[in-house]
Design a protein around this ligand. Structure first.
Ligand code: UD1
Ligand code: CA
Length: 456
């Protein structure tokens, strides 16, 4: 939007969160609170400043393409805006102020709010909402339907004001010079001994300035986070929204209440998600796949028509189409599983590639391995990839058969179509088309038990 600068307040500690980290670093819907505020703000302007103080270095490391303003001591929201005064020197346009702890606000509402402010010819406007339980919020004291008199904080409110259900969202648009002139006059004579930004509204009213109050229809959007309980409540809203949008796109989610899917996740139509599944980060799942209960899938790609059975953990992994994984498989660190492969119970795969049609059905550890197509990895096979100092690679070529309970002591290579006999400890490469047996020979001692019994 033309002639609009945005200021986000993110310096506060999180006293009520009982945390040593700044509140805006806490996460809901898979992202830090500050990231949610910023992504809405970026739809309106590229001129964004962020006031930082508590855990400033961590906040600065997390966001980019903004101007940082340091608020050394956190003496209140009004004090935070004052810290940015120099950044606005000479600027006569509008400034949209928003807190870093109201992450559900949408860009569409912010735009409608700025339009309202501009069309009404106001000096300042406040975004408000009517909510059932206004505890903790600043209350909007109205003069009439269009004008407001002041904003009183919950802790400073009279019994009459406490009965007001219209609350301050802490999102405002100000004419910049009017804002900074009034800010110079606010005092900290209140219950919290803080410099309150909402006091500017009362001062402007005193100067006969026209103040607008724009009430949002969906109060959910302005839910603020001051406590861990509120953090969980907002996270629940974000999850519900994500599940609803996926269901609208044709994904079956059996129990949205227990399904946790991050905003950036993409899932194809006719995929079915069972209860108690967590899908995080940039995960992409194709069409007609099934994810059964108790799986956690993070930053991974799962192809179409693939079935992930119960209890799998899949992180930074790419799984092809028509694959079956689990139950209880653990795939991680750049693992690639080819189309139609099968990875079964209690199989851990790390930094390895499995070619199309390859099977590892039971109890295996495959690490730093490059495994070709149509390989059969028997139950209990282990790649011994670590010698205590370095990691070593294992190569298993197309069509090879690795017998049950074998150890492949890396670096080692099993050639194309080769066989490894069950129970082998393979320390040398196995040539293509050959059979390797690497175990002690069995000895049967006839009558040994009877002999022993006689001796007793
Ligand atoms: C604030 C409003 C209240 C409103 C509510 C909506 C004030 C005094 N009150 O209360 O009317 O209903 O938001 O959610 O503004 N911050 C700083 N520096 C500071 C203090 C705060 O940057 O010195 C930042 C915080 O990091 C936070 C935001 O300002 O992002 C709001 O501060 P917070 O203490 O949470 O205000 P509330 O008590 O929620
Ligand atoms: Ca707050």
């Amino acid at each position: 939007m033309e002639n609009l600068r945005i200021l986000i307040l993110a310096a506060g500690k999180s006293t009520r969160m009982k945390s040593k980290y700044a509140k805006v670093l806490h996460r809901a819907g898979g992202r830090a609170l500050i990231e949610h505020s910023l992504s809405a703000a970026r739809n309106l302007s590229t001129d964004i400043s962020v006031v930082v103080g508590h855990s400033a270095d961590q906040v600065k490391a997390m966001v980019s393409e903004v101007t940082f303003v340091d608020q050394k001591e956190q003496l209140g929201t009004g004090h935070a805006v004052l810290a940015a005064r120099e950044h606005f020197a000479g600027y006569t346009g509008d400034v949209l102020i928003m807190p870093g702890d109201v992450p559900l606000i949408s860009a569409a509402t912010l735009k409608a709010f700025v339009d309202f402010h501009r069309h009404g010819g106001f000096r300042a406007s406040v975004l408000t909402a009517e909510i059932a339980d206004p505890t903790g919020y600043g209350r909007i004291v109205r003069r009439n339907d269009n004008e407001i008199d002041s904003i009183v904080e919950h802790r400073d409110a009279s019994p009459d004001a406490l009965r007001i259900h219209e609350i301050n969202s802490s999102i405002y648009v100000f004419n910049a010079p009017a804002l900074f002139e009034s800010l110079a006059k606010i005092k900290n004579e209140n219950a919290q001994r803080e410099y309150y930004l909402p006091d500017v509204i009362g001062i402007l009213v005193g100067l006969k300035s026209k103040i607008g109050a724009f009430k949002v229809s969906s109060a959910e959007e302005i839910m603020g986070i001051n406590t861990r309980q509120e953090l969980a409540a907002v996270d629940r809203v974000m999850r519900r929204r994500k599940c609803e949008s996926l269901m609208a796109e044709g994904v079956t989610i059996m129990d949205p209440e227990t399904t946790y899917i991050d905003e950036a996740v993409r899932i194809g139509a006719d995929t079915v998600i069972y209860p108690s599944v967590q899908i995080y980060g940039s995960t992409m799942i194709g069409e007609e796949s099934t994810i059964h209960s108790f799986c956690r899938i993070s930053n991974s790609k799962i192809g179409g028509r693939t079935v992930v059975l119960e209890g799998c953990i899949i992180v930074d992994t790419s799984v092809g189409e028509d694959v079956s994984v689990g139950p209880y498989a653990h795939l991680r660190m750049g693992t690639v599983v080819g189309d139609t492969a099968k990875v079964g119970n209690f199989v851990e795969i790390k930094k390895s590639t499995l070619g199309a049609g390859t099977k590892s059905m039971h109890l295996a550890y495959l690490g730093d391995a490059t495994i070709g197509k149509n390989v059969n990895v028997g139950a209990g096979v282990i790649t011994c990839n670590y010698d205590g100092v370095n990691k070593h690679p294992t190569v298993i070529e197309d069509g090879a058969f690795v017998g049950t309970d074998s150890q492949l002591i890396a670096p080692v290579k099993i050639g194309k179509d080769a066989y490894v006999a069950a129970g082998s400890s393979i320390t040398e490469d196995v040539p293509a088309d050959s059979l390797a047996i690497a175990r002690g020979r069995q000895v049967n001692k006839d009558g040994w038990v009877k002999e022993r019994k006689k001796k007793k």
